[in-house]
Design a protein around this ligand. Structure first.
Ligand code: ZN
Length: 318
């Protein structure tokens, strides 16, 4: 039997946590949990080239009306701080960078995927607000940002896609001003949804999500890297009800993430009989599953076990 890996971030002992067969990679993916800091991570990690192949061009399409509306809540989390320079890491189609620019923040974005860069020069580049200063396509460390430069750095559902969060957090600390804000939103592996739905949990999203946090494990990590955790928010209208909603359908035996893929226009309901049947039953159950999802996600949030959480930290004086 192979030995358990050591923790990615604190090098302590781990225990086997979970495994799931993932048809996308045609393999069994194993997750381990650190006995000390609580980090959950995939082991072995896929190779960098392989990881790129998990993201199709569709991943970066401009979001539809509903998603755009829900993303406005992201802006609210930051605009209560004094205006300044923002860096959005993993900026995707630049919608958040643009929205913050409209609020008079000097905005910068960064995204390392080749697909995102292609998409940017084709579709996004010419529609950016004047306050968007620059979009970078190299890994965080390779852009030679000045130290103490940014007032805020944001990672919206990015950290869980990395093979190691530590270099990114160290660099973030360097480029943030003192008391600069770090905002991180990630899925919550301690959520009730994961406990209930297990391998059918939408936000597990294997093979793309390589590390999983809980509010506690992320707080520990940030405190150890020179940040002070200021606030954790336990509800995201953008991610939580939908997480429960799609997890229910996944658990009922529908095609994997069928509704999500419909929304993302990755599949068509009319391309096969199977898809059509899935579509039909999705519609029939919709009036039940939708309210149940909202009710459950509100309850999970009240109990501080939501599908996702958003944490705001500040760079410590040191
Ligand atoms: Zn650890």
């Amino acid at each position: 039997m192979s030995k358990n890996p050591f923790c990615l971030v604190c090098n302590s002992q781990t225990k086997f946590f979970f495994e799931k067969f993932v048809s996308e990679t045609n393999s069994e993916i194993k997750l381990f949990k650190c006995l000390k800091c609580g980090l959950v991570f995939v082991h072995p990690m896929p190779e960098a080239e392989k990881i790129q192949s998990f993201y199709d061009s569709n991943y970066y399409e401009k979001p539809g009306f509903l998603v755009s509306f829900l993303q406005k809540f992201r802006v609210k989390k930051l605009v209560r701080f004094p205006k300044g320079k923002l860096l959005d890491v993993g900026c995707g189609n630049c919608s958040f960078v643009n929205a913050m620019a409209e609020k008079d923040w000097e905005s910068f974005g960064l995204d390392v995927s080749a697909e995102s860069e292609k998409h940017f020069s084709k579709k996004v580049k010419n529609s950016l607000h004047a306050n968007v200063k620059k979009i970078y396509f190299k890994p965080l460390k390779e852009n030679n940002f000045s130290g103490n430069f940014f007032d805020a750095v944001t990672f919206w559902h990015v950290l869980e896609h990395l093979t190691d969060p530590v270099p990114e957090l160290n660099e973030t600390k360097r480029i943030l001003k003192k008391q600069g804000k770090l905002l991180i939103a990630v899925p919550n592996i301690e959520s009730f949804s994961f406990r209930i739905f297990g391998k059918n949990w939408f936000h597990l999203d294997l093979p793309r999500h390589l590390i999983h946090f809980s509010p506690e494990s992320l707080s520990k990590l940030l405190e150890s890297k020179g940040f002070k955790v200021k606030k954790i928010s336990y509800f995201s209208l953008e991610h939580d009800p939908f997480g429960v909603f799609q997890s229910i359908y996944n658990s009922l035996g529908f095609k994997w993430n069928f509704f999500h893929n419909l929304l993302r226009k990755r599949i068509s309901p009319f391309s096969s009989l199977g898809n059509f049947i899935n579509f039909l039953f999705t519609l029939i159950l919709f009036p039940i599953v939708l309210p149940v999802s909202f009710i459950l996600s509100f309850i999970f949030s009240l109990l501080k076990k939501p599908d996702t959480f958003t944490l705001i930290a500040e760079k410590k004086f040191s």
